[in-house]
Write a protein that binds this ligand. Sequence first.
Ligand SMILES: Cc1ncc(COP(=O)(O)O)c(C=O)c1O
Length: 409
Amino acid sequence: MSTRSALVAAGKVYQTGGISQRVKQISISAIKEMPLIACKVGDCVSLGQGIPSFPTPSHIVEAVCSVMRKDPHAGKYTLGPGMPQLREAVAGRLSVHIGRPVDPDTEICITVGAMEALLASILTVVERGDEVILPSPNYASHIEQVLLAEGVPVFAPLFVEDWQLNVEAIRDAITPRTKALILCNPHNPTGANFSEAALRDLAALARAHELFVISDETYDFLVYDNQPHFSLTSMPELKDRLIATFSFSKKYAMTGWRVGYVYSSAALLDHIMKIHDAAAICAPSLSQHAALEALQGPQDCVHEIRLALAARRDLACERLDRMVDFFDYIKPQGAYYLMARYRVPGVDSMEFALRLLREARVVTIPGGAFGPAGENHIRLSFGGTEAEINQAFDRIERWLAGNPFAEKI
Ligand SMILES: Cc1ncc(COP(=O)(O)O)c(C=O)c1O
């Protein structure tokens, strides 16, 4: 069943005339749609949307409460690109990370999460008919955002044996209409941490073909097993064609605060800012105060989140290992997702995920939502607590014991 027909079935789509083609061709991503359906089903446990279980650290909450009590202006609009102190803190942190200066006044804009940063970036460089390469499977919203810009998503598969970047597949996907490529590393939905060598090859390709690179760095802090993480932002030679988007959501358990930022050359940011102004005016001011405290306050919370998620990854992998007859997967190296490939022929991932939801009451995301290379998989998030993860896998095990696909296998 397609995402749209699932929505129709859930009573969420209404037919009306006059809707723009631009909007008609996009849909709410399955990541957000599955929890909506789960609400109707009731009593579900989630391995679905990537919401980490952690509360926002208390020093961040306290800082916001305090600024609200003390500063009568705290609830007002800030400057469009964000509070100067926050941009300075962001630029300071980023310049250490990338090893060269970052100008807080011309190269940073605070946004409504990475999501707004991504949309503004894509709308800035993609126009009708432009092709945009997505190494696939890929984050579902990148597809909808490219379509909203009237661009054409072009899927270049990752290597299936380890979900690493297949630079040759990307090279093969380039045509005279190719304008940009969008990359997320560490990777949602596969949990891959792309190698420096492949990223450098990709950067060389982008330069040779004069492509823009939109680098989604939402999980930049989250790699496991002491591996190195390489960011395209550390390559000065790519700077003129690179737009990097960042998020406070996962690193500081602030998904609902809706704050992130975009980093690019001043020449690009001038244009991105126009979209930000038209869409949001500024990021929520209280969330900007929260982000400032997140950057300036103690960082143990980030370390604790990383450690807890590493343990949850191991738990999810152990539980999947008990179901080897039914699933295989590649152990995630970063972020908090994995793609589990199910061995049931003739069942698409939407049907699989919907049956799992309705019959076992476990929320997962159908792999097809992440592009064609995601088919025959479900994406599992291990952002929930260990108790939730165990409960979800207990339910899946019980469901499978009942042989739900007897007619197929
Ligand atoms: C790859 C990726 N990019 C962007 C986002 C959105 O981040 P934010 O909450 O900062 O808008 C997410 C959220 O899950 C994500 O996984």
